[in-house]
Design a protein around this ligand. Structure first.
Ligand SMILES: Cc1cc2nc3c(=O)[nH]c(=O)nc-3n(C[C@H](O)[C@H](O)[C@H](O)COP(=O)(O)OP(=O)(O)OC[C@H]3O[C@@H](n4cnc5c(N)ncnc54)[C@H](O)[C@@H]3O)c2cc1C
Length: 396
């Protein structure tokens, strides 16, 4: 037997670390180049749906995630400042039974830490932090990677493949594959964590709450392991400069809506803005260079599936890189298996962005549909999304 294949990955985010773990399980040698000095603490809550959880469980992370996550009982939907939910979508045990894995919420840093801790246990995963830059020279399937390491040294290697998991502003996509820049959506996410006491009596803290309004939508769920409630408020904004948005808070007036007033008060000036962009490109690979996660297909977070798609990507790509005769062959098969599904999820996410912000009279129709679908309708309609098994798909 020859030396194991070496795969280089740019980015120790959720997609990059999941891929590193999946590849290491096939015995491949993995080098992850990360520009930050550690795994990122940035961000707040994340919903981990059953389709993503199945992949993580298959990588042996079931217990680590169960210890740091919370399974809400349901999702209460409140259109137009209603006091009582128009509908409560069933989560909890029912969803676990339907899709074979829980639908949980957790802090993004806890998921990254679980992935990083698991990766550290593999001798065949090498994570290099504080990488200033990398360059790729490729010709057909031949590839040379040169990376600037933090100690001033230059690392040069000829790996089997290079995977850009370097996020929405991926240089692998724009510089090395000649792909497009991310497109600003006109929407901003305002995120905050507040102590549960601040929202006692305002929100039901054993579940997720979704507020719909023509001016905004708001998602709230508890993160008991952080003793916090995660709030994500989405508004339409012309401004896309984070340094400007950072100087202000969302311009939402609660009017007579006391519950919204309490929620906004609980955060005060503590909102962290994030401009939302998406990536649409058919070019996911050239030769031995490919993309996964947000680098390939960043989407609006209105179906809570961006990270889930990166996790699925990892499960599908790893066996292909392990077994295909060439990296180009693996990436072509990967694109064939993934692009249609990812596009469908991107479209659902973008459509939700419009539906959540509908005003009269369209909101009346929307509300009638939500009511008539019943507590399980959402999950029946999206069984193709949540019931998908990426581990099996990668073996096909
Ligand atoms: C408000 C909000 C809520 C969300 N909620 C959910 C949710 O509930 N569920 C869900 O599934 N998704 C959700 N998402 C989407 C999710 O956050 C992203 O899809 C996911 O984090 C993308 O992971 P990634 O690993 O592809 O990219 P990233 O998380 O962006 O990681 C990229 C990594 O690459 C590194 N990097 C970048 N450039 C370079 C370089 N040149 N060299 C080396 N390293 C580099 C970065 O430092 C980073 O570590 C949400 C997003 C937002 C904004």
């Amino acid at each position: 037997m020859g030396a194991p294949r070496t795969i280089y990955i740019a980015g120790a985010g959720i997609a990059g670390l999941t891929l590193a773990l999946a590849l290491a399980k096939f015995g491949l040698h993995v080098v992850v180049l990360e520009r930050n000095e550690s795994v990122s603490e940035f961000g707040a809550g994340l919903q981990i749906s059953a389709n993503a959880r199945k992949v993580l469980d298959n990588l042996g992370l079931s217990q680590a995630i169960a210890e740091k996550s919370f399974t809400p009982e349901g999702i209460d939907i409140f259109p137009d400042a209603r006091a009582k939910p128009l509908q409560t979508l069933t989560l909890g045990k029912a969803i676990e039974a339907r899709f074979g894995a829980p639908y949980a919420v957790m802090h993004r840093a806890d998921l990254l830490e679980a992935l990083h801790a698991a990766a550290r246990r593999f001798a065949n995963i090498d994570i290099v932090f504080s990488v200033a830059d990398f360059t790729l020279e490729s010709s057909g399937d031949a590839l040379t990677v040169t990376a600037q390491e933090p100690d001033g040294k230059t690392r040069k290697a000829k790996p089997f493949a290079f995977v850009g998991a370097d996020g929405v502003r991926s240089v692998t996509r724009t510089r090395d594959l000649g792909g497009p820049d991310a497109q600003y959506s006109g929407k901003v996410a305002w995120r905050a964590l507040v102590p549960p006491e601040a929202l006692a009596g305002v929100l039901d803290l054993d579940r997720t709450s979704l507020f719909l309004d023509p001016r905004f939508h708001l998602v709230a769920y508890p993160l008991p392991h952080r003793n916090a409630v995660n709030l994500a408020l989405f508004t339409q904004e012309k401004e896309r400069d984070l340094s400007v948005l950072d100087q202000r808070t969302p311009r939402i007036k609660p009017g007579k809506d006391n519950r919204l007033a309490r929620i906004l008060d609980s955060v005060g000036k503590g909102w962290a803005p994030w401009v939302l962009s998406s990536v649409q490109t058919p070019i996911w690979h050239t030769g031995a260079i490919g993309l996964i996660g947000d680098a390939a297909h960043a989407m609006l977070p209105f179906q809570a599936q961006g990270a889930a798609m990166g996790i699925e990507d990892a499960a599908v790509l790893a066996p292909l890189l392990a077994a295909s005769p060439s990296a180009g062959h693996a990436f072509s098969r990967f694109a064939a298996l993934r692009q249609e599904r990812v596009k469908r999820v991107q479209d659902v996410s973008a459509s939700n962005g419009k539906v959540f912000h509908m005003g009269f009279p369209l909101a009346v129709v929307r509300n009638a549909v939500i009511r008539s679908e019943g507590p399980e309708g959402h999950f029946k309609r999206l069984a193709w999304l949540y019931g998908y098994d990426a581990v099996q798909s990668g073996k096909s």
